[in-house]
Design a protein around this ligand. Structure first.
Ligand SMILES: *Cc1c(COP(=O)(O)O)cnc(C)c1O
Length: 354
């Protein structure tokens, strides 16, 4: 036992997954359950599997290795490094890719390991993260990849909302559909997979705005945290499967303005303060080594986060109606980014509730 602690409610994740997978399957869309939010933890991934995902996906090979106990196909989400080609071929069945050089390295490894790796060629329809942009580049890359032994070009995919914040739309997804049709003509064969993006694309699902040809989505935040486009809650899903608990190590009334000449804080910023008189403050044993203070929200009313250094979270608890004492534990809901840090910080205990 020990704090800080993150409690993961596996039942809520399983329910979110079952609901979302049903919505997707109804429209002929398979679901790759993305596990990077929780570092590929197999106990949590089990909730995805129980909820019916078709594949397991992660951006890191190390995380995919942790999932080797599941028989579902494994997908590597981040376009691979050439230097990790050997491990990619050992671990993944399907790989998102954009560079022909990398495909060549995977082909060499696949031949050496006597394996067949499926590739999804990433197309950038405007978000400006990974993927090929010009139709000519896409056609050239597809032709090269199609000719390589040990790998199979299984289809194309795109990613949106991540860097440029570009929203998925019928227009940009239709562009993807058209590119696939062009490639099928060029290669004179059917490409079975059209991977239409991440959880942001779910926003088009209910309205029936996803083109029928899209048959795969890669979903993480929606299954695990019940959030979609712009991190907005998705109706019918749980948003509180991840709960952070931190312990109070000091509880004192103090002025709200520091005394002395104010210079820079521990992170090189010049802090600003509002004089609210003497206020009851709590310090929790939690800091930026665990999570950035902007990425968590106190669950109880009347608690305000004032700031955090590496190891101390400072709270104004003057207006908190609940009884607090040194040793009390406070609960916080993390954002997506907060969850990512908490689940990857070695200092945070992970408690998985069955
Ligand atoms: C992380 C990631 C996803 C999943 O994104 P969510 O917003 O969690 O659904 C999908 N595709 C790629 C390429 C990713 O890196």
């Amino acid at each position: 036992m020990g704090y800080p602690e993150i409690r993961v409610d596996r039942n809520k994740i399983e329910t979110n997954t079952r609901t979302t997978v049903a919505r997707c399957h109804q429209q002929g869309i398979q679901v790759a359950g993305v596990t990077k939010l929780f570092g590929g933890n197999p106990e949590i991934a089990a909730a995805y599997v129980a909820g019916g995902v078709d594949l397991l996906a992660d951006s890191r090979i190390d995380n995919l290795k942790r999932l080797s106990g599941f028989s579902l196909p494994k997908m590597l989400l981040r376009i691979p490094m050439i230097s990790e080609a050997e491990a990619v071929v050992q671990t993944a069945d399907m790989v998102l890719i954009s560079e022909p050089e990398t495909a060549t390295a995977l082909s060499t490894q696949a031949m050496a390991q006597d394996k067949l790796i499926q590739l999804i060629l990433m197309v950038d329809v405007g978000d400006l993260r990974e993927g090929l942009y010009e139709t000519k580049e896409i056609q050239e890359a597809a032709s090269i990849m199609d000719g390589l032994p040990g790998i199979q070009l299984a289809g194309i995919g795109t990613n949106l909302t991540c860097y440029g914040g570009v929203r998925p739309s019928r227009e940009n997804l239709t562009q993807l559909v058209n590119i696939k049709a062009t490639l099928e003509k060029l290669l004179k064969r059917h490409l079975p997979v059209l991977s239409g993006g991440n959880g942001g694309t779910l926003s088009l699902l209910e309205a029936g705005e996803i083109p029928g040809e899209i048959n795969q989505l890669r979903l993480g935040s929606s299954l695990a945290m019940g959030i979609g486009l712009n991190d907005e809650p998705i109706p019918g899903l749980h948003q509180d499967a991840f709960l952070l608990l931190a312990e109070i190590v000091e509880l004192r009334r103090k002025p709200s303005i520091p005394k002395g000449v104010i210079g820079l804080d521990a992170f090189g910023n010049r802090p600003v303060f509002e004089d609210r008189g003497n206020r009851m403050r709590a310090i929790c044993a939690l800091g930026r080594q665990d999570v950035h203070p902007n990425e968590i929200c106190p669950l109880q009313e009347g608690i305000q986060i004032l700031g955090a250094s590496s190891d101390h979270l400072i709270l104004d608890v003057e207006d908190c109606p609940g009884f607090l004492q040194v040793g009390s534990r406070l609960a916080f809901l993390p954002t997506y980014g907060g969850c990512l840090s908490l689940m990857t910080s070695p200092y945070v205990k992970k408690i998985i509730m069955m």
